[in-house]
Design a protein around this ligand. Structure first.
Ligand SMILES: Nc1ncnc2c1ncn2[C@@H]1O[C@H](COP(=O)(O)OP(=O)(O)O)[C@@H](O)[C@H]1O
Ligand SMILES: [Mg+2]
Length: 357
C-alpha cells in the first residue's frame, strides 16, 4: 500500500516538474555589463534617454494604440505601471516591455521597445520562435559573439532576445533602383532632371560608407553574417551603420575574398544603384546617370565585383580602394587635383576596375 502511494507521488512530482520546466521562462544568457565590446565600431550603446525624433517615429508606428501623444509618452517610461489595461507592462528577465510599443517587425517576429528595470537602459526585445536547442540558435549566437546581447530567455517555443536599442531607421528608403528613380532627400542626394547626381553633403555619404565597412569588418571577424537586405541595415541617429537580424557563421579571415560582398551594398549610400540588370552579363554600369567622377570610378569596381562569378576581392583590397575613393572625393569636391581610384599598386594590390569582367 505504502509503496503504491510512494509510486503515485513520484509519478505526480515527475509529471509536475516536467510541465513546469516547459512552461516557465528560463534564462539562457544575461549580460552583466552593458558596455559594448572594445572593438565594436558602434560605440553608442547603451542608452537611457530617447530623442524627440525617435519618440516621434515610435509614436507613428504605434499611434493606433494610444488615445493621444501624452498617453504614449507616459507609456515610454516602462518602470512605472500605467493604468490602461491594454498598455500593461510585461516582464521578461530584468526587462519590462509593452506589446503596444513595437519598434519593428519582419518575417520572424516582432521587436518591441524594452527597458532594463534596475538601470533604466532602453533595449529592443525580439520575440521569435526557437526551433531545437535555444543554446544553438544561430541568431542568439550571433548577438552573443558581437557582445550585443543583454539577455536571452525562452518560454515554450518563444525566444526573447534583449539587445541594445538602435535609435534610427533602416536604409530601405535609400535604396533606389533605376526602375523607381526618385529624388532622395534623406541622405542629401538629388537626381536632377539632367540625370545628374548631386550630393548636398558628400562627407555624410562617405562617412556612412566608412561605418558600413567598419560594421561589415567587425561582423565578419566575429563570425556573424547578414543577408544584406536593406531592412536589416540600420542608420543610427548619429549616422552609424548597424546590422540587425544576423546569424552565426564561420568568421571570415581578412584575406578571404568573400568579404568583397561589402562592395555590392555601398550604393545604398550613394543615392542610386549604378547598374542595370542585363540578361547575359548580369549587371551593366549605367552610363546615362552622371555621377561625380570619383563615384563613377568606384561604381565601375562595384559592378565588376557583382559580375564576377566568384568573390575576387579581399578585405585589404576593399579597404585600400575605399581609402583611395575617400581621398579622390575630397580632392574632387575641394577642387584639388585628383588621381583615379585604380591607380596605385603598393604591397597590397589595389582593385582595378578592369581586373575582371
Ligand atoms: N536592436 C534593434 N534596435 C532597433 N530596431 C531594431 C532592432 N532590431 C531590429 N529592429 C527593427 O525591427 C525590424 C525587424 O527585426 P529583424 O531582426 O530584422 O526581424 P526579422 O528576423 O523578422 O526580419 C528590423 O528591420 C528593424 O527595423
Ligand atoms: Mg529582418
Amino acid at each position: 500500500m505504502g509503496t503504491r502511494y510512494l509510486f503515485l507521488i513520484i509519478v505526480y512530482l515527475t509529471f509536475f516538474s516536467a510541465c513546469k520546466s516547459v512552461a516557465d521562462p528560463y534564462t539562457i544568457y544575461e549580460k552583466e555589463d552593458f558596455s559594448p565590446a572594445s572593438d565594436d565600431p558602434w560605440k553608442a550603446h547603451p542608452i537611457k534617454t530617447l530623442s524627440p525624433e525617435f519618440k516621434k517615429q515610435l509614436y507613428e508606428t504605434n499611434r493606433t494604440h494610444y488615445l493621444n501623444e501624452d498617453e504614449f509618452h507616459e507609456a515610454i517610461n516602462m518602470n512605472t505601471e500605467m493604468s490602461a489595461e491594454k498598455h500593461k507592462i510585461k516582464k521578461i528577465g530584468n526587462f519590462n516591455f509593452r506589446t503596444t510599443l513595437r519598434i519593428g517587425s519582419g518575417d520572424e517576429g516582432n521587436v518591441y521597445l524594452a527597458q532594463h528595470i534596475p538601470s533604466g537602459v532602453y533595449a529592443a526585445i525580439k520575440m521569435t520562435t526557437v526551433y531545437g536547442e535555444a543554446e544553438n540558435d544561430l541568431e542568439y549566437l550571433a548577438l552573443k559573439n558581437l557582445e550585443r546581447l543583454y539577455g536571452c530567455y525562452v518560454e515554450n517555443t518563444t525566444m526573447s532576445l534583449c539587445m541594445p536599442l538602435i535609435t534610427g531607421r533602416n536604409v530601405l528608403p535609400y535604396t533606389s533602383y533605376p526602375s523607381q528613380e526618385r529624388v532622395k532627400t534623406l541622405l542629401g542626394v538629388t537626381l536632377t532632371e539632367e540625370k545628374e547626381i548631386i550630393y548636398n553633403n558628400w562627407n555624410l555619404n562617405v562617412h556612412l560608407m566608412q561605418t558600413f565597412l567598419d560594421e561589415f569588418e567587425y561582423c565578419s571577424r566575429k563570425g556573424t553574417c547578414s543577408d544584406g537586405a536593406p531592412q536589416n541595415i540600420l542608420v543610427t541617429e548619429d549616422s552609424q551603420i548597424v546590422f540587425v537580424d544576423q546569424t552565426a557563421c564561420t568568421p571570415t579571415p581578412p584575406e578571404a575574398r568573400i568579404i568583397h560582398e561589402s562592395l555590392t551594398f555601398f550604393h545604398y549610400f550613394l543615392g542610386l544603384a549604378p547598374f542595370r540588370k542585363k540578361e547575359r552579363k548580369r549587371f551593366e554600369l549605367r552610363e546615362d546617370i552622371k555621377f561625380p567622377p570619383p563615384v563613377r570610378e568606384f561604381n565601375k569596381i562595384v559592378v565588376n565585383a557583382m559580375n564576377a562569378s566568384e568573390p575576387i576581392y579581399t578585405l585589404a583590397q576593399v579597404k585600400e580602394t575605399f581609402s583611395k575613393f575617400k581621398i579622390d572625393m575630397e580632392s574632387y569636391f575641394l577642387g584639388l587635383p585628383h588621381s583615379q581610384i585604380q591607380l596605385g599598386s603598393g604591397d597590397t594590390q589595389s582593385i582595378s576596375s578592369s581586373s575582371s569582367s
